[in-house]
Design a protein around this ligand. Structure first.
Ligand SMILES: Cc1cc2nc3c(=O)[nH]c(=O)nc-3n(C[C@H](O)[C@H](O)[C@H](O)COP(=O)(O)O)c2cc1C
Length: 349
């Protein structure tokens, strides 16, 4: 039987050639503090595309300058950014992968600026300033910034948009009852805490009819925080608002100083599995998935639809080719590499 890892995945008019996604990873590699794509980004992402990853998810990219987490993060807040992303998507496409971009506003976890924004005036930890509680006007402005960013991403040739709704950044801080103590229509019960994300999704959908993913923290690891059950409820809402896949991460709303998250191989897979089953929406699993057979178990048992690989791909851009070889499954590899092929397999692995 062919490994499911190497079967295509169809999502809203897009076919991914396999189930492997490069997980979004901020690289803090802009040369200036301008959010522009650099040679580093071009080589870094194109190498993973050459390595046969199905979908390259470009790192958290800020929709506004003050929405960066770090001042060397990528940005997409102006039309001047588009050209760099055009070069990036065309390289990713040239080497046979699809290109996604994760859009972020860092909110109260912005690490370089003191003018922090959040649903409520609660700092992330003792080292950060108290954020400003956002006015309705602030909220509308940021929803619009997401929409403008989506338009630019579309012009730049991206195939997938992922909204960063995880890890305690702005959207996530609205979703969590730990960071959102508002008493207006954006805070309170789960429907109200979801409202900001709903508006971002709706704004995205006015201009984007392609695949739309949302990354969430499926669990806050705090007795008063979001749980996998709350996340199922959010996922049902997202599905009905036009989201195609939930990328299931966890944590980050509460500082690591007060909450210790135990991580082990596949530690977040149960969230992808639960959300997929109970909200009936495709999911992505992420977190210490490093082996082909581990990914295969997740897919064969229908626990998730896509496998997001983070750190393993940082250190081994050719992970996909290696895993295919270990599974004795032949995949396309860059033509010049065939020179090393013996008996239909890549000899060097
Ligand atoms: C250097 C680095 C940067 C990261 N940046 C992001 C990011 O931009 N957006 C995001 O959602 N997660 C980010 N993450 C989390 C990863 O996407 C992934 O969820 C996490 O590393 C767990 O997967 P892994 O065990 O395969 O690395 C980052 C992780 C690392 C190591």
């Amino acid at each position: 039987m062919n490994p499911k890892l190497f079967t295509p995945f169809y999502v809203r008019g897009l076919t991914l050639k396999n189930r492997i996604v490069m997980s979004p990873m901020i690289m803090c590699s802009c040369d200036e503090h301008d959010g522009m794509v650099t040679d580093f980004h071009l080589v870094h992402y194109a190498t993973r595309a050459m390595g046969q990853v199905g979908l390259i998810m470009v790192e958290a990219t800020a929709v506004l300058p003050e929405g960066r987490v770090n001042d060397t993060d990528l940005g997409i807040w102006s039309d001047e950014h588009i050209e760099g992303y055009k070069r990036l998507t065309s390289l990713i496409h040239k080497f046979g992968s699809a290109a996604g971009i994760q859009l972020i506003h860092g909110g109260r976890k912005n690490e370089f600026d003191n003018s922090l924004l959040a649903p409520s005036a609660i700092p992330f930890d003792d080292d950060r300033n108290i954020p400003k509680e956002m006015s309705i006007e602030d909220i509308k402005e940021i929803v619009n910034a997401f929409k403008d960013a989506v338009n630019r991403a579309k012009e730049a040739g991206f195939d997938v948009i992922e909204i960063h709704g995880a890890h305690g950044y702005l959207i996530s801080s609205f979703l969590s009852p730990l960071s959102n103590l508002r008493e207006d229509e954006y805070g309170g019960d789960e429907e109200r805490r979801y409202r900001f994300l709903k508006e971002v999704i709706q704004a995205t959908r006015t201009t984007w009819d392609g695949p739309l993913f949302v990354r969430i923290s499926a669990r806050d690891f705090h007795e008063c925080g979001n749980t996998p059950e709350t996340s199922v409820a959010f996922a049902k809402r997202m599905k009905s608002d036009g989201v195609d896949l939930i990328d299931c991460s966890a944590g980050g709303v509460v500082s690591g100083k007060s909450v210790k998250i135990l991580s082990y191989p596949g530690y977040q897979v149960p969230y992808a599995e639960k959300i997929r089953r109970e909200a009936n929406i495709p999911t992505g699993a992420v977190g210490l998935i490093t082996k082909g057979e581990q990914a295969e178990e997740i897919l064969q048992n229908e626990r998730a639809d896509l496998i997001f690989i983070g750190r393993e791909l940082l250190f081994n851009p050719y992970w996909t080719m290696k895993v295919a070889d270990e599974m004795r499954h032949e995949i396309e590899i860059p033509r010049p590499y065939y020179r090393d092929r013996v008996g239909g397999r890549v000899r060097r692995f």
